[in-house]
Design a protein around this ligand. Sequence first.
Ligand SMILES: NC(=O)c1ccc[n+]([C@@H]2O[C@H](COP(=O)([O-])OP(=O)(O)OC[C@H]3O[C@@H](n4cnc5c(N)ncnc54)[C@H](OP(=O)(O)O)[C@@H]3O)[C@@H](O)[C@H]2O)c1
Length: 307
Amino acid sequence: MLSALTRAATAAVNRAVNPQPGHDLADLAGAVRGKNVLVTGASYGVGATTARLLARAGATVLLAARTEERLAEVADDITASGGAAYFYCANLADPVAAEALAGTILAEHGHVDIVVSNAGKSIRRSVDLQYDRFRDFERTIGVNYLGPVRMLLALLPSMRARGQGQIINVSTIGVRLTPAPRWGAYQASKSAFDTWLRSIAPEIAHDGVAVSTFYPSLIYTRMSAPTPIMRQLPGMSSAEAADIVGRAIVTRERAIGPWWLGPAEVGSVLLAGPVTWALGVLYRNTDDTPSANGEAANGASHANAER
Ligand SMILES: NC(=O)c1ccc[n+]([C@@H]2O[C@H](COP(=O)([O-])OP(=O)(O)OC[C@H]3O[C@@H](n4cnc5c(N)ncnc54)[C@H](OP(=O)(O)O)[C@@H]3O)[C@@H](O)[C@H]2O)c1
């Protein structure tokens, strides 16, 4: 009884704090049927769920990530249920591989209508644990910024020449708020891509290519799993996040995030001093997780995984 009440209360809180899809599968089908949709980071989490959703709505989904067996599993599931899926193994932290991925896809499919730039690497670690870990910064800037930029530089000319297209960036609320301690490498790299994409948006809009950015808070995936506190906080499932990507495709909105993000963004500017002070207090009263200390490397993104 108590656990049912707790579940209901959690669901109500999550509904109240997260953005809602506001469209159905028919709307999505109208927007993606017969289109080539590239989803990066489609082996796990939000990307895998988004690929399945878009394929169900009639898109030809092009899946990219590094883990071949996971990509094959997602693609096989899609084709077994009558959908169209192709998968490509690529390390997006390597700009050369990112450009090659775009070239292969254009050679095999002619064009890409929609890009869901979702692949990401998150690291939560204090800077004093990073003095000999410059690779934390290289890995995050690679997959969260340089790789996607290189890929889009190769895809944009044909999208613009065709006069249509859409890029959806799965960003994070963090890029719009006062930067939080321990998240420096992640937030800097996500902010770089967010800024670049928003900067080129007016340039490419003229050629019919829209940019939509989804600013999620917490999503319960393997990325957030290694940080125990995350499991106690309000968040959304991969399926709910995929629905928001679907909403972005249907509505072509410039930005989608929780309703409270705008006020919080204004507050983090107007109250920058007190907010920074409070974040310092929070930092001093919390610890790095065992995974950030390298004690539980498990392949997950907040952990000390080397991938
Ligand atoms: N989870 C959250 O709480 C949260 C909150 C805000 C924003 N986000 C954003 O949501 C997006 C999806 O994250 P998620 O929660 O679904 O995490 P996830 O389950 O860890 O999935 C991340 C995906 O990115 C791929 N990826 C990572 N590094 C890559 C690389 N070097 N090259 C190619 N692909 C790579 C992974 O595939 P391989 O390992 O197979 O390469 C995987 O498919 C990310 O952009 C993240 O920043 C997540």
